[in-house]
Design a protein around this ligand. Structure first.
Ligand SMILES: *Cc1c(COP(=O)(O)O)cnc(C)c1O
Length: 230
């Protein structure tokens, strides 16, 4: 077994153990391998070890990597901050955009998706910690945003995403995961057309077990798969 395979197996073991302990089905927890800053060859290795979903943060970097890896059957997800003027690339390259945090950006994605004859799946990125430095829409504004998105025909809202403030202690981030889930329940209860709250994208290398315990359906893991980023 290669080092990469061993690392992935260890992560899958932890996902399975946490899912079982919480009466959750492992099938409802998708693992995204976060490949930002890592070369295409490293992605090939992780693909060979079984990963099929990869997350990228920067459009420029992703365009080259995705081109280079077009022979592989990868589902690419965009997880970084997206500027409206890059929306056209995001729509062409990614199956799911996790980081929609404004009506302006959503409208641009909708427009580009229409041009490409595509229904673009998106998540709303929520700034649960209300930190100034991080992107994401404030919790109170998310409801207004989601209501406006319901009328856009070429996007489909699939759920919510958050990046909580960094703590070493996974239990310190747990309230942020809980808050995201509560918000999803509240939005789901509005029963808006074209709006689903099926997916919760939360949890990274340092806190993914806490995220699974609190309902994550997509965990985004970089360091534990690829090693540290320089
Ligand atoms: C880099 C990144 C990750 C992965 O972080 P690790 O701690 O390396 O697992 C997950 N989500 C987002 C949005 C990121 O930018």
């Amino acid at each position: 077994m290669s080092d990469t395979e061993a690392r992935l197996q260890a992560i899958h073991d932890r996902i399975r153990a946490t899912a079982q302990a919480n009466n959750r089905s492992e099938d409802r927890i998708q693992l995204l391998a976060v490949s930002k800053t890592k070369p295409a060859d490293a992605v090939r290795e992780v693909f060979a070890a079984g990963c099929r979903i990869f997350g990228e943060n920067y459009i420029q970097e992703a365009r080259q990597k995705i081109e280079n890896l077009s022979d592989l059957n990868i589902s690419w997800h965009f997880i970084g901050h997206l500027q409206s003027n890059k929306a056209k690339y995001a729509v062409r390259l990614f199956d799911l955009i996790h980081s929609v945090d404004s009506l302006k950006l959503a409208r641009e994605i909708d427009k580009q998706a229409a041009k490409n004859d595509k229904i673009q799946d998106i998540l709303i990125q929520v700034n649960i910690g209300a930190e100034v430095s991080k992107s994401g829409i404030a919790e109170e504004e998310a409801i207004t945003l989601v209501k406006s998105l319901s009328s856009l025909e070429n996007i489909r809202v699939k759920g919510l995403m958050t990046i909580p403030p960094y703590y070493n202690d996974p239990d310190a981030v747990r309230p942020f995961f809980q808050a995201l889930r509560r918000l999803a329940v509240r939005l789901e209860s509005l029963a808006l057309p074209r709006i689903s709250m099926a997916e919760l994208s939360m949890g990274m290398t340092g806190d993914f077990e806490a995220a699974i315990e609190e309902g994550a359906t997509m965990i985004r893991i970089g360091t534990a798969i690829f090693g540290s980023r320089t």
